[in-house]
Design a protein around this ligand. Structure first.
Ligand SMILES: [Zn+2]
Length: 178
C-alpha cells in the first residue's frame, strides 16, 4: 500500500498563510460581514488531522458536511450544517512535483476554490449532495473554478499564472468570455 505523505512543518506554515489569504479574499468577494458567520461554519484540516473517512484518493481536497447542534437547546432543534475542508496533502505534493507549480499559489487556489464551495453550500446556491469533490456536478464545478479565478486574478503572486494554466480547461469561459 502506498504511504500517504503529510505536509512537513515548513509546508504547514505555507498552508496557514494560504488559509489566511483565501479566507480574506473569499469574505471580501462575497461581502460577508467581518467573516464571522462563515468562520464558525467550517474548519480546514490537513492530512495529519483527518479521520479515515475524510481521506480521499484523487482530489486535492474534499468538503465533508456535518450536522452540528447548538448547546443547551432541546434535541432536534437548532441544528446547523458544518463543513470541514479536508486537504489531501499527498495529492497536492505529488501534483506540485509533477507539474512543477509552486506550492504556495497552488494551495491558495485549492483553498479559495473549496471556500467558494462552502459559501455556496451555506448560501444554498448549490445543494450539498455528496461529500466527494469528484461528485460535484460539472456545471457547479466550472462555476466554482471561474469564481476562484475572478477572486484570485486581481493578485500578483509568483507562480499563480502557472496554476491558472494547470486549470485552464475549467477556466476557458471566464478568461475569454467576460
Ligand atoms: Zn470543486
Amino acid at each position: 500500500m502506498q504511504t500517504l505523505r503529510h505536509f512537513n512543518q515548513e509546508e504547514l506554515l505555507k498552508v496557514d498563510e494560504a488559509v489566511k489569504v483565501s479566507e480574506e479574499l473569499v469574505n471580501n468577494y462575497f461581502k460577508l460581514s467581518s467573516g464571522q458567520w462563515l468562520k464558525n461554519r467550517y474548519d480546514i484540516k490537513t492530512a495529519k488531522d483527518l479521520a479515515v473517512h475524510e481521506h480521499v484518493d484523487g482530489p486535492f481536497a474534499q468538503v465533508v458536511k456535518y450536522e452540528g447542534r447548538k448547546k443547551d437547546v432541546p434535541l432536534g432543534s437548532s441544528s446547523f450544517s458544518f463543513y470541514k475542508v479536508c486537504l489531501q496533502d499527498s495529492a497536492i505534493l505529488s501534483i506540485v512535483e509533477k507539474e512543477g507549480v509552486l506550492l504556495e499559489p497552488f494551495l491558495l487556489y485549492v483553498l479559495t476554490h473549496e471556500l467558494v464551495h462552502v459559501v455556496r453550500f451555506l448560501k444554498f446556491q448549490h445543494r450539498y449532495e455528496n461529500k466527494n469533490e469528484a461528485d460535484v456536478t460539472f456545471d457547479e464545478e466550472r462555476k466554482v473554478h471561474q469564481l476562484t479565478y475572478i477572486i484570485l486574478n486581481q493578485l500578483s503572486i509568483p507562480g499563480l499564472n502557472q496554476v491558472f494554466g494547470f486549470y485552464k480547461d475549467w477556466l476557458i469561459i471566464s478568461r475569454s468570455g467576460i
